[in-house]
Write a protein that binds this ligand. Structure first.
Ligand code: HEC
Ligand code: HEC
Length: 586
């Protein structure tokens, strides 16, 4: 970092402090409008801070006005992770000192008073749950993509709500800390691009800078006050989560997991402890864990659990990012672990109740024209001598025989008619229903590899390896009879064979011999170690890019013509810089 950069940084931070440290009584809108000469907009009413710990810790720099609004903070809403990130920067760069218990209290308070409604958090759930980077289809334009999704996912800004003034100050903060953003992302033709920006041809209408379009977009679409938040804040109630829950999960590469989670109340209203046990259904392996969790904003579950395990299958620590449903009957999200949170279980907790409950089947899909034995998992399924007619899976599917029945597991023979309509089916036992619990299909039309592109990271010496679990998902062409259209139906994961093939980027490419190896049966990719490899041409690192190829023979298909699909895998160096916020989970 050169001295010029540091001077720039200091100047920028001073500007920002003066934007925050204004005289009590003047809203930030008026203050900045006056400073910048922009027209005065009506000031957005803030969200007053009523909590003494927060006022004490933040109020010295973020002064209160007469309504109790703290500058900046009162015009911002975000997730627990967002608040944690901002507070960490206050400590790291702005000189705030804070006891850990006060930091936890403040994150809890601000997430409750200045949080996101469940509907607002849902689109960024994948980001909070550390799922593989998604193709973010919701980015409204190329300009916004360049401005705000080139360093972090678009989900980063999309997990905040702010007044217009605050969106503007946020971009100023970026320019202060990361001046390069001006050239690479924010402005057409860099800082020297002139008022309208860029090298627009004479006479052409002036182009607007991406950063200005971004501020305009978020001001309009991610404002401080929304009907969703007003509604949620009014109806937020204490989460009464103590009791027994059934875990119905999916572990990519392993299949279904079934288990139980006992939640007990912890030291305060928003703290819980957990006892977890579950079984991998394909292998019968059993796991036990104990954990604790914080609940934020009345629905945002952030937990962690521990076991004595030390393997990739049974890690010492797992984190949990889940969301409690409005009626508090389900808690859904992801449990994850690994050096890059790349391994995980898609977890759904269903509150155990008094009546019968259906969780789902051992199989994801049933072929039409076939008979098959299926396992139906649930609770109190066979209260009063179960008959085949007590079970329904919709038109064209007949339960022909109950092979065995216990309260938690019914094994039954089902016959699927040749002309049964393809698509999702609800499974009903004794009037308890699991929706879309199984798919009927006449033919597997194609497979896809999930994810269709992926990143693995070399490691094992000084950094953790970043693994990838690939899955082959079978698809049906859907009712329109055409492949790759929105009505196509995912039929669930299938057992494919896995290979790595060269992605030809240069003459003599040999990446596939160095980047790592894939398990031919499970699709689990293990990258090689980091650091120079003397055996490799030019002694380079083991990085490279390859195709990961899945090959699958669908039942009833021509064995000579298997279905194939592939994913583009980049194997790269370890990640040296992290912006994760694990503390919200304790
Ligand atoms: C020692 C002074 C100081 C204290 C104390 C302080 N802040 Fe800040 N805060 C700043 C400065 C300077 C900025 C502007 C630069 C930046 O965003 O890092 C800022 C900006 C912010 C922002 C806006 C960031 C954004 O995303 O646009 C938030 C949110 C914030 N502070 C929260 C807090 C909270 C919460 C506390 C109390 C736990 C706190 N601050 C305590 C100095 C302080
Ligand atoms: C040059 C890279 C870069 C670009 C471009 C960029 N960001 Fe960021 N952004 C970052 C980094 C790095 C952080 C983490 C800052 C920290 O905590 O110190 C961040 C943090 C954030 C945060 C969290 C705020 C906080 O207080 O921690 C938000 C919100 C955000 N960015 C929104 C945006 C928006 C909106 C845009 C587009 C106008 C954008 N970013 C463009 C690098 C970038």
């Amino acid at each position: 970092m050169g001295p010029a950069f540091l001077r720039f940084l200091l100047a920028a931070v001073l500007v920002l402090v003066s934007a925050s440290a204004q005289t009590p009584g003047s809203g930030p809108g008026e203050n900045n409008a006056a400073r910048s000469g922009r027209p005065t907009e009506p000031a957005t009413p803030g969200i007053p801070v009523r909590d003494d710990v927060t006022k004490k810790a933040c109020g010295s720099c973020h002064q209160a006005d007469k309504e109790g609004n703290l500058t900046r903070i009162s015009w911002i809403r975000t997730t627990p992770e967002g608040w944690q990130e901002a507070i960490k920067r206050m400590v790291r760069l702005n000189g705030l000192t804070l006891k850990p218990e006060d930091a936890r209290h403040i994150v809890q308070y601000l997430s409750t008073e200045n949080g996101l409604a469940p509907e607002e958090a849902a689109p960024v759930a994948w980001f909070l749950q550390k799922r593989t980077l998604q193709a973010e289809t919701e980015i409204p334009s190329e300009e916004l993509k360049r401005a705000c999704a080139s360093c972090h996912p678009y989900a980063q800004p999309n997990s905040w709500r702010r007044s217009g003034e605050e969106w503007k100050l946020l971009t100023d903060m970026h320019v202060g800390y990361f001046p390069v953003a001006e050239f690479t992302a924010f402005r057409n033709g860099g800082r020297g691009g002139g008022g309208g920006g860029g090298a627009a041809a004479p006479g052409a209408p002036p182009q607007r800078h991406p950063v200005d379009l971004a501020v305009e977009h978020f001001t309009k679409n991610a404002p401080l006050h929304t009907p969703e938040w007003a509604k949620w804040k009014a109806s937020m109630r204490p989460a009464r989560l103590a009791g027994r829950w059934i875990l119905w999960g999916d572990q990519p590469g392993k299949g279904r997991v079934l288990g139980e989670v006992t939640i007990a109340e912890g030291a305060s209203a928003n703290e819980f402890t957990t006892k977890i046990s579950y079984t991998e259904m394909q292998t019968g392996r059993k796991f036990q864990r104990t954990g604790k969790a914080n609940l934020y904003t009345g629905y945002a579950w952030r937990g962690r659990s521990d076991s004595n395990g030390t393997s990739l299958e049974d890690p010492k620590a797992m984190r949990e990012v889940m969301s409690v449903s409005r009626d508090q009957s389900t808690i859904e999200g992801r449990w994850f672990w690994g050096g890059y949170e790349e391994l995980g279980i898609n977890a759904k907790l269903v509150r155990a109740n008094e009546g019968p409950q259906v969780l789902g089947l051992d199989t994801y899909s049933l072929a039409s024209g076939a008979s098959k034995q299926v396992k139906i998992y649930g609770e109190r399924l066979s209260v009063a001598g179960l008959k085949p007619t007590d079970i329904s899976m919709g038109n064209g599917v007949t339960v022909t025989k109950i092979v065995s029945a216990t309260p938690s597991l019914v094994t039954a023979e089902v016959a699927v008619a040749k002309d049964a309509i393809s698509g999702p089916r609800d499974v009903e036992v004794n009037r308890a229903v699991a929706t879309s619990a199984v798919y009927i299909y006449d033919k597997v039309d194609y497979i896809k590899v999930s994810a269709d592109s992926a990143i693995a990271r070399l490691g094992g010496n000084t950094h953790p390896k970043g693994y990838v679990q690939f899955e082959a998902i079978a698809y049906h062409r859907g009712l329109d009879g055409k492949k790759d259209t929105p009505d196509d139906i995912a039929l669930g994961p299938v057992q494919a064979k896995w290979t790595v093939e060269e992605f030809l980027a240069r003459f003599d490419d040999d990446d596939k011999d160095h980047v790592g190896s894939i398990n031919v049966e499970t699709g689990f990719f293990t990258p090689s170690s980091e650091g120079p490899n003397p055996k490799r041409k030019w002694g380079t690192d083991n990085f490279g890019d390859v195709w990961v190829v899945a090959t699958f023979n669908p039942p009833g298909g021509d064995p000579a013509k298997p279905l194939t699909a592939r994913s583009y895998l980049i194997v790269t160096v370890p990640l040296y810089m992290r912006w994760d916020q694990p503390e919200v989970a304790n």
